[in-house]
Ligand binder design. Structure first.
Ligand SMILES: C[S@@+](CC[C@H](N)C(=O)[O-])C[C@H]1O[C@@H](n2cnc3c(N)ncnc32)[C@H](O)[C@@H]1O
Length: 198
């Protein structure tokens, strides 16, 4: 059983049932009412995918944890929304084309995998398509309130600007946030936030 399957094996939701607050802020600001084709990478147990599906979007959720995605499907049933799920390792994952929105929320990857996925995000988005991305910053190591303990897996704003150039930057910052998401993200944290349009 991998680390994530183990983390998700209880009946509680490890990152809670509420959608990520930054995602809600950005979705409220930016998403149109017409249905978008959405990809959520590293979706986990479905809190964000079911939120977006509840707004009327067609959401495909990808994660390496079969246990997490089973809970995501259960949550979708309870919330009476439809999502599709795919268990896949992002290390060699090939993104489908033509998404209108790609979401990466706290999906921390080793830097070579991150580079691979970032390249694919850039080519997979439709013209005008959006990327909503939040990750812990390197400085988060000093906060100890969640996220990986390896510097290589933490994300700088500079990296995102470089990797997603020439997308139009809509929001980009490193900031402190009080994050309370289940039992694993708890307290003041430093995050890197990035929203861009292709
Ligand atoms: C901190 S959790 C965040 C889950 C979700 N995005 C959320 O905000 O609730 C990170 C997720 O990334 C997934 N993940 C990490 N590395 C992965 C990889 N190489 N391939 C696929 N999924 C991966 C894990 O299985 C886990 O569900």
């Amino acid at each position: 059983m991998n680390k994530w399957d183990e983390r998700y094996s209880g009946s509680e939701y490890a990152y809670g049932l509420k959608p990520n607050a930054f995602l809600v802020e950005q979705a409220t600001l930016l998403l149109p009412e017409n249905p978008l084709r959405v990809l959520s990478l590293g979706e986990g147990e479905g809190r964000n995918a079911t939120y977006l599906a509840g707004l009327g979007h067609q959401v495909h959720a990808v994660d390496g944890s079969a246990v997490g995605l089973a809970k995501a499907r259960q949550l979708a049933t309870e919330r009476k929304v439809i999502i599709t799920t795919q268990v896949a390792d992002l290390t060699d994952y090939k993104l489908d084309l033509a998404y209108d929105l790609i979401v990466m929320i706290f999906c921390h990857l080793a830097s070579p995998v991150r580079t691979h996925i970032h390249r694919q995000i850039l080519s997979s988005l439709n013209p005008g398509g959006l990327l909503i991305y939040q990750a812990y910053s390197p400085n988060q190591l000093k906060y100890g309130t969640g996220g990986p303990d390896q510097l290589d897996m933490l994300v700088t704003l500079e990296e995102l600007k470089q990797n997603f150039s020439p997308m139009q930057l809509l929001h980009g910052c490193i900031r402190e946030r009080e994050i309370k998401e289940g039992t694993f993200h708890t307290g003041l944290a430093e995050v890197t936030e990035f929203v861009a349009r292709k």
